[in-house]
Design a protein around this ligand. Structure first.
Ligand SMILES: *Cc1c(COP(=O)(O)O)cnc(C)c1O
Length: 365
């Protein structure tokens, strides 16, 4: 049987660059001639610290141009843990102990529901009444200048909705869940109080979250916060208070090296721009496919679209799969098709998808 690696459009855990997987396979049994894999060594050993952990942190810093006054933390959790960690650690930043949240999709909604358990949460805007497809007008934005922070989700993975500018908060620190867009385009880290991202979209396998926190934000955790939910614990121990996800950190490091070899964020951003542009063009130039998101807020990472009927959506997913274009089914909450085209999706994969879409339209349109 011949082996055929498909183009995988899964929203997460998502496709990983083939060259990175080959490197992992190469190194798996006998890492750097040590006679064991990188998974079988102590997280406190010089080998792990000097050859895996520190290079990963340094390369992330280089890729995102992270200034010196930020902590870079590796936290062994899924992203959703942050929905509790953020309010527990930062609501106390100001005397009002309140925070502003933007509700622009499922993920920001989950962050809001969790944060409400810990304090006064002001939903400064919600686009729920238009099914998270459009931004509301600026005068509907109800920001509180006494808020401890503002939380938002720059890229809503399920609705394919992405901010292309940073909200203006007038000195209220901004906290962003960048899980499904980190490393896809340049960001100005200094505009944020904190950035967090789970790794399973753009940085490798699941089970690891990266947090980038401004130094002035640390040390305000609510007194009852469990040790492992306090960012300070990770800051004080260099993210090594307990055994971290060493495999996840190793993989993240491989992805960072892959990106640096490619030319860094500015290069991948150009590719991502091209990939998403040609896919949206293909959708817009057809009356068979339809994307409901306001043009200025369309996601470069998660492109959603609908065919004329639910039956055609289903047939599309099935026939695509037979053509090695896999995991195109939209999220169950909104249906349709979702093509997640993260960093690791080659431009060729998008070209093949577009050809398939045109073929499908000729057949059934
Ligand atoms: C995938 C995703 C999450 C959830 O990640 P888990 O690791 O499953 O908790 C949260 N936020 C965003 C924006 C995501 O894309």
């Amino acid at each position: 049987m011949t082996f055929h690696r498909a183009y995988n459009f899964c929203a997460g855990p998502a496709t990983i660059p083939e060259v990175v997987l080959e490197r992992v396979r190469e190194e798996l049994l006998n890492w750097k001639g040590r006679g064991s894999s990188f998974m079988e060594i102590s997280h406190r050993s010089t080998d792990f610290l000097k050859l895996v952990f520190e290079p990963a942190r340094e390369n992330l810093k280089k890729l995102l141009n992270i200034p010196e006054d930020y902590h870079i933390l590796f936290i062994t959790t899924g992203t959703s843990h942050q929905f509790a960690m953020v309010p527990l650690n930062f609501l106390n930043l100001k005397p009002h102990k309140s925070a502003d949240y933007l509700h622009t999709g499922v993920w920001s909604g989950k962050a809001i529901n969790e944060a409400k358990r810990y304090g006064n949460i002001n939903v400064a805007l919600s686009t729920e009444n238009n099914q998270f497809t459009k931004m509301c007008s600026p005068n509907e934005l109800k920001l509180d200048s006494n808020a401890s922070y503002l939380h938002y989700t720059p890229n809503e993975t399920i609705h394919g909705f992405q901010f292309h500018t940073i909200p203006e908060t007038h000195n209220v620190p901004i906290i962003a869940d960048m899980s499904s867009e980190i490393l896809s385009r340049p960001i100005e880290v200094s505009r944020y109080g904190m950035i967090y991202a789970g790794t399973q979209k753009n940085i490798g396998p699941s089970g690891l979250t990266i947090a980038i926190i401004h130094k002035n934000m640390a040390g305000f955790a609510n007194a009852l916060t469990p040790t492992l939910y306090q960012y300070q614990t990770y800051i004080d121990s260099g993210s090594l208070y307990h055994t971290p996800n060493t495999f996840g950190i190793y993989m993240a490091g491989c992805i960072f090296e892959w990106l640096l070899n490619l030319g860094g964020i500015s290069e991948i951003a150009k590719i991502n721009q091209r990939k998403s542009q040609k896919l949206y063009d293909a959708i817009d130039h057809s009356s068979f496919y339809r994307n409901p998101v306001q043009k200025e807020f369309r996601s470069q990472m998660n492109v959603i679209y609908y065919l004329p009927t639910v039956e055609l959506d289903q047939l599309f997913v099935k026939e695509a799969q037979n053509n090695h274009l896999i995991n195109l089914k939209g999220h169950k909450s909104i249906g349709g098709i979702r093509a997640s085209i993260y960093n690791a999706m080659p431009e060729k994969g998008v070209d093949v998808l577009i050809e398939f879409m045109q073929e499908f339209e000729r057949k059934y349109g």
